[in-house]
Design a protein around this ligand. Structure first.
Ligand SMILES: Cc1cc2nc3c(=O)[nH]c(=O)nc-3n(C[C@H](O)[C@H](O)[C@H](O)COP(=O)(O)OP(=O)(O)OC[C@H]3O[C@@H](n4cnc5c(N)ncnc54)[C@H](O)[C@@H]3O)c2cc1C
Length: 503
């Protein structure tokens, strides 16, 4: 996550308004503290720090830019230990990050995985097995999670609030639902993860939107499309009119939880930060540098000369590396390395806002489920999860998710200063859901703004040919033409490490 990394060049002077997480504690009209994960203050500091002389020069074989899933997967897969990972935030994780509340970690982004199929990409599976996260189950022929305590019991998985009524599922049982699954059934077993395994004879599905595809073959109605739109927003940040048919069908066919009873849901309280932590423990701690923003990438005399700001100590450093793995969001390349940006300039991102509502224990909430889907006129609010289902740890935290249409990217920045509206609105929605005012039991609230959070798999995105190794720099990340999913990001990191190791 790199909300607002604006690196701009003017008259040879590079100015940066970016990017470290700094938590601002404020008490607005609402009667509890609200903490905002903001990068504004640090951004301004970095702007002036950039004028500082270079204070240190470090050489390394490989520099990994970004400490999200893909960057850490790359680091875990490199053959040599001669590498450095630079992460601009004070914590690793990117869109799979977590926040510590009363010494317990709670997800602030990606928060679940499903059992992996036996024929998913072998390198990704092997890395997860090596990290002691999964193990093969010869009875079911599936990859199970080792830490079974993080599995969500099927009867507690989800409930849905659809325009004021509780429903059993977002996609209601109907003739249309049956026809929908009959229509896409022929793709079962062909659409695996990572998405690079998609067979080329299905690429034609990437030339049309999911909406056009559904409309062509089914008598779809608005209720049905709204339900599918909800699911697409939830996983891909775009509606059926925005995403490709290939991405849409892949969603339903890559983890056949609609047909396979052995597929379970894995969701620790810290969400997918669980994977980050496992990878972090696998990497020598001296190789990871948080609070380090990479802002300049130049190839000179066959080496990469990289400008870095150590945000905490306000020091400017140079790293000279033979190879580079760039796993930060690609939109920032337009400022740091415009040549390589060209092949990513088609990518649109959606911003997300995560709100962790910390409750005291004075309130009983009925019908608690892990995930509480919420479909209403406000399509930006997708619902919330309840930590009580994940663990008995205290405090109890309800985590709400908002996904904004991509054109609202800049307006979410206003939330940094005008946040009480969205907090009030969130509490109101959750209270409506429970038919009970939860405001009285709120201890504090944490807001996390994720700017360029998710690449939308629009038509053409998944099958566009991109050169992922340029001049000793390999590109990793979900936004390299892959689906915005952990397994795809993980695989992209593994492949990037292979590319640079083979040079
Ligand atoms: C709200 C949300 C919920 C999600 N839920 C799920 C889920 O439940 N399951 C699932 O499979 N997937 C989910 N995803 C998708 C999943 O989070 C991503 O696919 C995956 O984590 C992306 O990892 P990444 O490494 O590609 O990118 P990122 O997570 O974006 O990591 C990039 C990292 O690079 C750093 N960085 C960027 N530029 C620089 C720079 N110049 N210098 C230093 N560091 C830099 C950033 O700070 C960031 O930490 C979700 C995504 C979001 C936004």
């Amino acid at each position: 996550m790199d909300r607002r990394q604006f690196l701009y060049l003017s008259g040879g002077l590079i100015t940066i308004a970016a990017c470290e997480k700094s938590t601002k504690k404020v008490t607005p009209k609402l009667n509890f503290p609200i903490h905002i994960d903001s990068n504004r203050t640090t951004g301004h500091l970095v702007k002036s720090a950039i004028q500082l002389p270079v204070t240190a020069k470090v050489t390394t074989e490989t520099l990994v830019v970004g400490g999200g899933i893909s960057g850490l997967a790359a680091a875990c897969s490199l053959q040599s230990n001669d590498f450095i990972v630079c992460e601009l935030n004070s914590q690793l994780g990117g869109t799979s990050s977590a926040i510590s509340i009363d010494n317990v970690l709670y997800s602030q982004g990606a928060h679940y995985e499903h059992t992996y199929l036996h024929n998913y990409g072998q390198e990704g599976l092997q890395l997860l097995e090596r990290l002691d996260i999964i193990q093969f189950n010869t009875h079911t022929n599936l990859w199970d999670f080792v830490d079974q305590q993080h599995l969500v019991a099927p009867h507690q998985e989800e409930s849905c609030y659809v325009h004021g009524e509780m429903k059993s599922s977002v996609l209601l049982n109907s003739e249309l639902r049956k026809n929908f699954f009959d229509l896409i059934h022929s793709f079962n077993g062909k659409l695996l993860l990572p998405s690079t395994l998609i067979p080329s004879d299905l690429y034609y599905l990437d030339h049309t939107t999911f909406y056009e595809y559904l409309n062509k073959y089914l008598p779809v109605d608005s209720t049905f499309i709204n339900a599918i739109d909800y699911q697409m927003m939830d996983d891909y940040g775009g509606t059926t009119k925005q995403i490709s048919a290939l991405a849409g069908i892949h969603y339903y066919m890559c983890r056949p939880y609609y047909t396979n009873k052995n597929i379970s849901l894995f969701s620790p309280t810290e969400g997918n930060y669980y994977f980050i932590d496992k990878m972090k423990n696998h990497i020598p701690s001296g190789n990871i540098q948080c609070n380090h923003l990479v802002f300049g990438l130049k190839k000179e005399n066959k080496k990469w000369h990289v400008d870095i700001v150590d945000i905490k100590n306000m020091l400017r450093k140079k790293v000279i590396a033979n190879t580079l793995i760039y796993s930060g969001q690609k939109h920032a390349l337009q400022y740091t390395n415009p040549t390589s940006f060209e092949q990513f300039n088609d990518i649109s991102y959606t911003p997300w806002v995560i709100i962790n509502v910390v409750l005291n224990d004075t309130i009983e909430l009925p019908n608690s489920k892990w995930q509480n889907d919420f479909i209403s006129k406000d399509t930006t609010f997708l619902g919330f999860t309840d930590s009580k289902i994940q663990s008995k740890e205290h405090p109890r935290v309800l985590t709400a998710y908002y996904c904004f249409p991509d054109m609202h990217h800049y307006s979410i920045q206003n939330l940094e200063t005008s946040y009480d509206g969205i907090v009030q609105q969130t509490l109101q929605k959750i209270s409506t859901y429970y038919k009970k005012d939860i405001t009285i039991a709120v201890k504090e609230v944490y807001i996390k703004l994720l700017g360029h959070a998710m690449p939308i798999p629009k038509p053409g995105y998944l099958t566009k040919s991109r050169n992922l190794l340029m001049d000793g720099m390999a590109f990793a990340g979900a936004d390299t033409g892959r689906l915005p999913l952990l397994f795809d990001a993980l695989d992209s990191g593994i492949q990037a490490s292979r590319m640079v190791s083979n040079l």
